[in-house]
Design a protein around this ligand. Structure first.
Ligand code: MSP
Length: 663
């Protein structure tokens, strides 16, 4: 037995849980469950990241004190996870007193070695990333953060610095000696080349806001939010007996998105090194996974394409959502999410394969064995069919275990379903109905017994992904649910028979088939209403479809909030149709900048390109760019009202110059 500690990133509370954040948390929970099954002592950590400028601003926008605001959103995360059968051992908040105290101690430890010093910096800061950016990293025009597509801010401040540069050689040596530290390989190479390229000392405090942990002895400085946040992985364990989950007594696995790999693979080990941790006391693995995308674009609140995992779980059951995400996305790669694909996979993998296997085997047992598990002599491999099946299932059990151990739930589940297919094939080939016709009682006991023990094994193999279905399946097989104590030592399998005489259920479909009508009904509930005369916010588009109804007006916003929307006069210079996109026009619009901007707008059902050239329109100029693929990136949105086929475009009369701000 060994110890296994798995963490998710702690989520910023400027957003509520969405499918992207649920994904990592589901993977962590499935790994926790797998390690319990193989008899490990496990600990899973998730939580919320609540300090910093981004959160301070988000609270202000809502007119709330930061703590009241973070309490509210943090609860949304805490309450979401059990609905997806995610059961962390601790839900940490960076506002927890024990965490804050631990961070202060870590700071003091590093300060005492001389690795923190005071200086000042000037540069570009992305509040979305909570990170300083170099000029090279910005998108032009507009000095935009490449991740958030929003303008960065110029900052000049006194700051404490961490001597990151000093750790370059030790980090490189550490990566070389612990090749499993950064995974997958491609990401490892990225980090190696970044660190080999040279490291600069890191600014680790700010003075321009107050929401965070003050630097001990110099409280006008607030600690850098990433210093505070990364420390959660260690602070959560405190200094009690939970430290058995820290390295080297435990495997320590941090699951992170690829966007935050650098913080985890470079800054975090460097902070720990500076605080006196030896190499063997550093985390075992930082695994960077890809993004869940919608039509190729990262899912996020700011891009307004976030999918609500709780809605899907409510319609289809959390097991189905968990299974789909774990199986469909190759862990480490981006994965495009599509509601229809869940239903397809549900019918194929779960209904026609695994569910069908359970149903037909229980049906055969009911028919030929009076619904009781037979006494079965496993060693009796009388035919090639038996031998092939027995070998296949031994191999499957081994490789399923390996894939889970190597952090590849997608492959583990593919292999699990392959085992289920092999069992279905074994039913066909060994033809119990013929054995029954020939009155071959021993043969029936052998074949159905082998199938029952395979189903029993499958009920354990699916448990990390589908804990509820595992219980349902086992109940039908006359078995108790796997609590961890039962799970221990059940894997690797000896494919133990279900005890002879156990009463089996008649077989109720585990995953009832969703026919075309049922699929349509589910999709109608889940998929957001189809886009938009304007291609941007679905909410604006829906509002535009309806006649103005004062009762339906949006929530009031403050004047300050209104001024965050940059509305400009734009002069349409050119306009053309977008091939294969009925609704879209591609415009170049002069908004008073050096070059006209490309704007993609859903106007083509109403307007011909020539109708628009020369028009002065209203442009939402600071909307995050939206990438339509094939080089089509919209840098703003035009305002219009009415249904797609009869739009009225907001235009500006008089001689306002392109770029004039509307206010
Ligand atoms: N608070 C920091 C993490 C601190 S960890 C010490 C943060 N928070 S976040 O809420 O912005 O993002 C948390 C994680 O969610 C990141 O790993 C990010 O990659 C992940 N995801 C956010 N959107 C995602 C998708 N669309 N798909 C997959 N993961 C996504 O960064």
């Amino acid at each position: 037995m060994s110890n296994f500690y798995v963490t998710t990133p702690i989520y910023y509370v400027n957003d509520v849980p969405h499918l992207g954040t649920a994904y990592t948390t589901i993977v962590a929970d499935a790994l926790r469950r797998f390690h319990l099954l193989i008899g490990d002592d496990t600990y899973m950590l998730t939580g919320t990241d609540e300090h910093g400028l981004k959160i301070e601003r988000a609270a202000k926008e809502q007119g709330l004190a930061p703590k009241a605001f973070t309490d509210r959103i943090s609860d949304r995360f805490r309450e979401a996870w059990p609905k997806l059968d995610i059961a962390p051992n601790r839900f940490i908040r960076t506002t927890d007193a024990d965490h804050e105290a631990f961070v202060v101690e870590l700071w003091k430890k590093i300060a005492s070695t001389g690795d923190l010093y005071k200086g000042s910096y000037e540069g570009w800061y992305c509040v979305g990333c909570e990170e300083l950016k170099t000029e090279k990293e910005l998108l032009q025009p507009g000095n935009l953060c490449a991740i958030h597509k929003t303008p960065v801010e110029r900052v000049k401040e006194e700051s404490y610095f961490f001597k990151l540069e000093k750790y370059q050689a030790r980090l490189l040596d550490f990566y070389a000696r612990y090749p499993a530290f950064i995974q997958p390989e491609t990401r490892r190479n990225e980090v190696l080349s970044f660190v080999s390229g040279g490291l600069k000392d890191l600014s680790v405090s700010r003075t321009s806001f107050t929401w965070g942990i003050p630097v001990p002895g110099d409280p006008k400085h607030i600690m850098y939010v990433w210093f505070d946040a990364l420390t959660n992985y260690r602070s959560a364990l405190g200094s009690t007996d939970l430290t058995r989950f820290w390295a080297p007594q435990s495997k320590v696995v941090h699951l992170v998105g690829k966007d935050i790999l650098r913080f985890h693979a470079v800054f975090w080990p460097a902070f720990l090194m500076a605080a006196g941790y030896r190499d063997e006391e550093l985390p075992t693995t930082v695994f960077a996974h890809g993004f869940l995308t919608i039509d190729g674009e990262k899912m996020s609140k700011s891009l307004r394409n976030a999918v609500d995992p709780l809605k899907i779980a409510h319609e289809l059951g959390s097991d189905v959502l968990r299974y789909h995400l774990l199986r469909a996305i190759s862990f480490g790669q981006d994965g495009d999410f599509d509601h229809a694909a869940i239903l397809e996979r549900y019918n194929a993998d779960l209904g026609k394969n695994l569910g069908n296997l359970l149903n037909r085997v229980l049906g055969l047992c009911g028919k030929y064995l009076e619904g009781k598990a037979p006494a079965v002599a496993i060693a009796d491999l009388s035919s090639d069919i038996d031998k092939a099946f027995f070998n296949a299932r031994e191999d499957a059990a081994q490789s399923i275990r390996t894939h889970w151990n190597q952090l590849r739930p997608d492959l583990a589940l593919a292999e699990t379903m392959a085992l289920s297919s092999a069992a279905n094939k074994y039913v066909d080939e060994s033809a119990p109905w013929t054995l029954a016709k020939n009155d071959d009682k021993a043969g029936l006991a052998r074949v159905l017994g082998a199938l029952l023990e395979t189903l029993s094994a499958l009920s354990i193999m699916i448990a990390p992904a589908m804990p509820k279905k595992s219980v349902e399946m086992r109940t039908q097989l006359g078995l108790t649910s796997i609590d961890p104590a039962i799970g221990k030592n059940h894997w690797p399998f000896d494919f133990a028979p279900i005890p002879a005489g156990t009463t089996l259920a008649a077989g109720k479909p585990l995953f009832p088939t969703l026919d075309a009508d049922a699929q349509k009904a589910v999709l109608e509930k889940l998929v957001p209403k189809k886009e938009a005369p304007q291609v941007e916010a679905p909410s604006t588009a829906e509002a535009a479809q309806k006649p103005a109804d004062p009762a339906a007006l949006a929530e009031p916003i403050s004047y300050d909030q209104f001024t965050t929307v940059d509305l400009r006069v734009g002069l349409v210079k050119t306009c053309e149709k977008v091939p294969k996109k009925d609704k879209l026009l591609k415009l170049s619009v002069d908004v008073g900048e050096a070059e006209p901007r490309m704007i993609i707008a859903g106007l083509a059902l109403t307007f011909q390109p020539d109708d628009l050239v020369g028009k002065k329109v209203v442009v939402v100029a600071n909307l995050a760019p939206r990438d339509f693929g094939k080089g089509l990136v919209s840098h703003g949105m035009l305002l219009a009202t009415g249904p797609s086929e009869a739009l009225v475009l907001a235009t500006v009369a008089g001689d306002a110059a392109p770029g004039s701000r509307l206010k």
